[in-house]
Design a protein around this ligand. Structure first.
Ligand code: DX5
Ligand code: ZN
Length: 218
């Protein structure tokens, strides 16, 4: 069964401590932290001080998704702000191998995210170095967007590459995840499901996180 990583992007920023404590009490395995710079993506979210504030209360690993240009400049700062995993975008890293080694040297788990148009084959030469591949199922920049159906095919292909190569990175899906697509994503090979608006816009986020788990058994 895939782990759940609620995205703090959809939380109430005026009540961050409350929302982080809610996630601590939930069945979620991770806390997904979306960092946006207004350059790589059209939106700005938050940076290191907010990550550090989340980390002060979080009892679950921070899965930090860097939607920023030249992420090498900030890897160490986000590690110091509490990141367990550091995920950079393939599209933002001309020297991806160097960036991945840098993340490892910092003692964080290296992840690489792919935009919807980027084929999974783009990572074929670096899969052995990764702890995580994040497949974007919406265009990065905003929560609350519609899931892109082509994602299933990408997950299945990446899962096949993982089997054939004997790799053990995790496959994470991010964007438009809900109880209607969770089971199919897990079936294709997803290990971690990110969910933002589906969790935080619901009347009962704790129950909704549990629902995302239960949906996978259907
Ligand atoms: C999108 C972010 C996602 C986002 C997911 O750019 O990377 O993590 O918060 O939000 P939902 O689940 O609302 O699509
Ligand atoms: Zn994300």
């Amino acid at each position: 069964m895939a782990g759940i990583a609620p995205s703090i992007l959809a939380a109430d920023f005026a009540n961050l401590q409350r929302d982080v404590e809610m996630l601590n009490a939930s069945v979620a395995e991770y806390i997904h932290v979306d960092v946006m710079d207004g350059m790589f993506v059209p939106n700005i979210s938050f940076g290191m001080p907010v990550c550090e504030a989340i980390n002060r209360y979080a009892k679950k690993p921070l899965d930090v998704h860097l939607m920023i240009e030249q992420p090498d400049r900030y890897l160490e700062a986000f590690k110091n702000a509490g990141a367990t995993g550091l995920t950079v975008h393939y599209e933002a890293c001309p020297h991806l191998h160097r960036t991945v080694q840098h993340i490892k040297e910092l003692g964080a788990l290296p992840g690489v995210a792919l935009n919807p148009h980027t084929p999974v084959e783009a990572l074929s030469e670096i899969l052995g170095d990764l702890s995580l591949v994040l497949i974007m199922s919406v265009n990065p920049g905003f929560g609350g967007q519609k899931f892109i159906e082509n994602t299933y095919k990408k997950v299945a292909k990446l899962n096949e590459m993982r089997k054939n190569g004997g790799y053990n990175f995790k496959i994470e899906i991010d964007g438009g995840v809900n109880v209607n697509n969770a089971a199919a994503l897990t079936r294709e090979g997803a290990d971690i499901l990110v969910a933002g608006s589906f969790v935080f816009s619901s009347g009962n986020p704790l129950q909704t996180i549990q629902d995302l788990k239960n949906a996978q058994e259907l």
